[in-house]
Design a binder for this molecule. Structure first.
Ligand code: IFG
Length: 546
């Protein structure tokens, strides 16, 4: 647990330490003096004044273990080098790009040389997923992990230990000090996701990349893209051109819509992989399919294509379960997406199929599960699939409000009984399109109002009776976009709640408390400002004075 820090606006004014102060700055000397009971501080020189004013560590998600080393800090200078051991080159290049841009320092990357005066990145042979160790001492910063993914996660922690100005896109004055810490970190859950609904409103590749940048700051490792719905089809599929050209031509409210070419989708996958994020594409069905049904009359049981839909109702559409062409369509779509998706999962939706008879829904799930398997992928779906076929090892995404929706909870437990693991996205905690308060200008409120504390104060391992950590693959924060149109809208609804859900996915439950989190979250505000993110200044969070 990190001790509550002084908000940066009231941090002691930085001064030039005198010779005596410098002498005392060494933690050994300070510790020795402090260890002598009753030892007087040197005349007029209280001990704590000796160390340079360096913000105390406030990291989100909170590392599993972080020990602050008082009076110790590492300061970047124009002589600082980045030393990369074999396998850490990509991490070095990524870190250098961020630091050079805001410090203006050369920060050469070298594969040889000692670590003194350097930021040293090294891959240990240990393996071990996303775990990493970070040591910040006066003489060097040392980050190590068994995997490049772990190094990347550790770099997010290092970024947050530097002043907010390090996130600036232009050179800013220093000093660039990092508080001394010993961090030994690893995530609680393997699946820490966010979903972007690009169907209700379309977002360009650049906008998706910008969202990936934001999510990567908080060690998010899954990007679920909701690619199709009643209001829009967003991915071009060879052999089925009208899906994108016509089914993707509009959006909620009747706007111009849009779609990804296969190259666009590959670029999103590439950029996500650069941030060690797995893309999970979703083709929702059998409900939420009006855009596909409007594009091809033959997909409809009556042979007639409905008009394009630009409203916000749900549950009125269904693929035609009994027609063979439906499964030719699904095989073409899911087969293509499987080829374009290096990640192991295809999400087949399955939610709110109110216009599909239960027996037809079961038949649909059986058929689509076979298609997913045939293309070598693992099935993911909204937890409604628990009522039907769920191949062992599937992912069922729990989404109903935890309070008062017995049906949603029952299908989630049914999915677990059938061998699925849950990704927890309870709408009354994790839905980023829920209004914060009644006066929030964007979003919906059917699952209730979700302020930052509501997004943070829940435990996926105890939320549902009968569901414990072993049944849970992780958490995911969906952003549905019926009311979300611009980057600023995305920022406002996702910051600060996405970091809250990210911490639930990463930090051990015993290491989490709202009172500690809200202070660490406050330190993110100046970072989002430096990054140009228009976040919601929740009154629940003690933001530094502007
Ligand atoms: N429920 C629908 C979404 C979206 C959402 C908005 C799920 C799984 C309400 N299905 O959430 O399509 O409309 O909050």
């Amino acid at each position: 647990m990190i001790s509550l820090p002084t908000p940066p606006s009231r941090a002691p004014r930085r001064h030039r330490p005198s010779t005596v102060q410098r002498a005392l700055t060494t933690s050994a000397a300070a510790a020795a003096l402090a260890a002598v009971p009753g030892a007087p501080a040197v005349a007029g020189l209280p001990l704590h004044a000796a160390a340079p004013a360096v913000a105390t560590p406030r990291v989100v998600p909170a590392p599993a273990s972080l020990r602050a080393l008082s009076g110790v800090s590492f300061t970047l200078t124009r002589r600082t080098r980045i030393v990369v051991r074999p396998g850490a080159d990509r991490a070095g290049t990524y870190l250098a790009a961020i630091l050079r841009r805001s410090t203006g320092y050369p920060l050469p990357i070298s594969r040889t040389g000692g670590t003194a005066g350097a930021i040293a990145l090294s891959l240990t042979g240990g393996g071990g997923g996303e775990a990493y160790r970070l040591s910040v001492r006066r003489d060097a910063v040392r980050l190590s992990s068994g995997t490049p993914t772990g190094l990347f996660r550790g770099l997010q922690t290092l970024r947050q230990l530097l002043p907010p100005a390090v996130e600036s896109a232009t050179v800013r004055p220093g000093p660039w000090s990092v508080p001394g810490v010993e961090v030994d970190d690893a995530p609680r859950f393997a699946w820490r996701g966010t979903m972007l609904d690009v169907a209700r409103h379309f977002f360009t590749v650049a906008q998706v990349k910008r969202y990936i940048d934001t999510a990567a700051l908080y060690k998010i490792n899954v990007l679920h893209l909701h690619l199709s719905d009643d209001q829009g089809w967003r991915i071009a599929i060879p052999g089925w051109p009208r899906l994108a050209s016509y089914g993707g031509s509009t959006a909620v409210g009747g706007g111009p819509g849009g779609h990804y070419t296969e190259r666009d989708f590959a670029e999103i996958v590439r950029y996500a992989a650069q941030h060690y994020m797995t893309v999970v594409p979703e083709i929702d069905g059998p409900g939420h399919t009006n855009a596909a049904l409007a594009s091809y009359a033959k997909l409809n049981c009556d042979g007639h294509a409905p008009p394009l839909y630009t409203g916000t109702d749900v549950g009125f559409s269904s693929l035609c379960i009994g027609k063979p062409v439906t499964y030719e369509f699904l095989d073409a779509v899911l087969g293509r997406l499987a080829k374009l998706t290096p990640g192991p999962y295809l999400h087949i939706g399955g939610d709110e199929a109110m216009s599909t008879k239960p027996a037809d829904y079961a038949e649909y799930l059986r058929r689509v599960a076979a298609i997913v398997r045939r293309h070598g992928k693992t099935l993911s779906g909204w937890a409604d699939i628990g009522a039907a076929t769920v191949p062992r090892g599937s992912i069922a995404q729990y989404w109903q409000p935890a309070k008062g929706s017995e049906k949603g909870t029952e299908t989630a437990r049914a999915a677990v009984r059938k061998g699925a693991r849950l990704v927890m996205s309870p709408a009354d905690h994790a839905y980023l399109d829920m209004k914060y308060t009644a006066s929030t200008p964007l979003g919906q409120d059917w699952a209730g109002l979700v302020e930052v504390r509501d997004a943070y104060a829940w435990d996926p391992g105890t939320l549902l009776d009968g569901v414990t950590d072993k049944d849970v693959a992780g958490v995911e924060a969906p952003l549905w976009t019926e009311t979300i149109v611009t980057d600023r809208n995305i920022d406002y609804m996702t910051l600060p709640r996405l970091p809250a859900v990210a911490e639930i996915g990463w930090t051990p439950q015993t290491g989490r408390s709202w009172n500690d989190f809200r202070v660490r979250l406050a330190a993110q505000g100046p970072r989002w400002t430096a990054l140009g993110r228009a976040f919601y200044r929740s009154p629940q969070v003690p933001w530094p004075a502007r």
